[in-house]
Design a protein around this ligand. Structure first.
Ligand SMILES: [Ca+2]
Ligand SMILES: [Ca+2]
Ligand SMILES: [Ca+2]
Ligand SMILES: [Zn+2]
Length: 339
């Protein structure tokens, strides 16, 4: 089996203004395979329930402050309940110029269970707002075609992307990253631009500027790269939960069949050898190093094999460590039924 490795930096630009869905699976870009689906570790194509252990590295800094954010992030990804208003700008809970550790960790764990950035992000080599365009391959002309179109907003349905090859999954015939559907599988979602509604040019992504253009509350896909000081993004957006559900439809890509699965992230405490290891140290901000391997047979599905998250040292990042344990699940599903 071919081994795969990817390093996805978290939310580039500490304390910077935002770089800012359709979502994207990790490794789809590297393998230039738009339809690729990546699953959490432990899914080989037949399991119905998988458990993914998450531990704090015993050698980490800030272990005592990390525990609540780590436990909260586990719970959030396990609940898989999206909110439209999942982004709180200028949250008074945080001192000014502080960055919310839990929000960044939520993003990094998303990488470790198979999700990539829905936007071009820093791995594109682009700078500034150009990173906010929908994730794509550069196409035959080997360069990203970036034109926001007549609405002037990056990441929307009218963007003119030339020969760029789309990597973002979208609701066929709808192209709205702010809905959470009942049936989420290859019958309702795809990556082929021919499935866009008439008049749409490209995939619309779950970015803040797009939510605002559509008259929605402040919300943004957790997997959208770009963070803001004093903001929190501790709940999933519809696009994040949708991507997870696509994976959970299993290798046959059909919801409700024998190969469907659910996953449970399990907190393993301060210990070595877990599926996802989290440590705080060093000069970076947030990085997730992920390895994966193809399911056998089939070259369009990958299983994560390891994930290592490194959050920057508190000596280098003005972290705010939330110390309030997340409460009981709140069910908001009805708000996101198909409209
Ligand atoms: Ca646009
Ligand atoms: Ca191009
Ligand atoms: Ca299935
Ligand atoms: Zn990232």
């Amino acid at each position: 089996m071919k081994a795969l490795n990817a390093i996805l930096t978290g939310l580039a630009g500490v304390l910077a203004a935002s770089a800012a869905s359709a979502g994207v699976f990790i490794f789809a870009e590297q393998l230039e395979n738009p339809g690729l689906i990546t699953h959490p570790s432990g899914y080989t194509g037949s399991e119905n329930q998988i458990t993914v252990s998450v531990c704090i590295d015993p050698g980490s800094e800030s272990i005592a402050q990390m525990e609540v954010p780590v436990r909260n992030v586990i719970r959030t990804w396990n609940e898989r309940q999206p909110l439209l208003n999942n982004l709180q700008l200028n949250n008074p809970e945080l001192p000014s110029n502080h960055v919310d550790y839990e929000s960044v960790l939520l993003h990094e764990v998303g990488h470790c269970i198979g999700l990539a950035h829905p936007n071009l992000a820093n791995e594109s080599g682009l700078t500034g707002s150009s990173r906010g365009y929908a994730k794509a391959l550069p196409g035959a002309n080997d360069t990203y075609n970036l034109n926001a179109g007549s609405d002037g907003v990056i990441g929307t349905r009218n963007d003119l992307r030339g020969d760029d090859v789309n990597l973002g999954w979208f609701r066929k015939g709808v192209n709205n990253p702010f809905v959470f559907e009942q049936v989420i599988d290859a019958s309702t979602y795809g990556v082929n631009l021919s499935d866009l509604p008439a008049g749409h040019n490209f995939v619309e992504i779950g970015a803040l500027q797009v939510a605002q253009l559509r008259g929605l509350p402040d919300g943004e896909a957790v997997m959208h790269q770009g963070t803001r000081a004093r903001a929190t993004r501790r709940d999933l957006a519809p696009d994040d939960a949708t991507m997870i559900r696509l994976g959970m439809a299993g290798r046959d890509r059909t919801q409700g069949t024998a190969d469907d699965y659910t996953y449970t992230l399990e907190y393993g405490g301060v210990a070595s050898g877990c599926d996802i290891m989290v440590r705080t140290e060093g000069n970076g901000f947030g990085i997730c190093q992920v390895s994966g391997s193809f399911l056998n047979p089939g070259q369009n599905h990958i299983q994560i094999t390891s994930g290592v998250i490194t959050m920057g040292s508190a000596a280098n990042v003005n972290w705010y460590f939330n110390q309030v344990l997340r409460g009981e699940p709140s069910i908001f599903t009805d708000r996101f039924e198909q409209d």
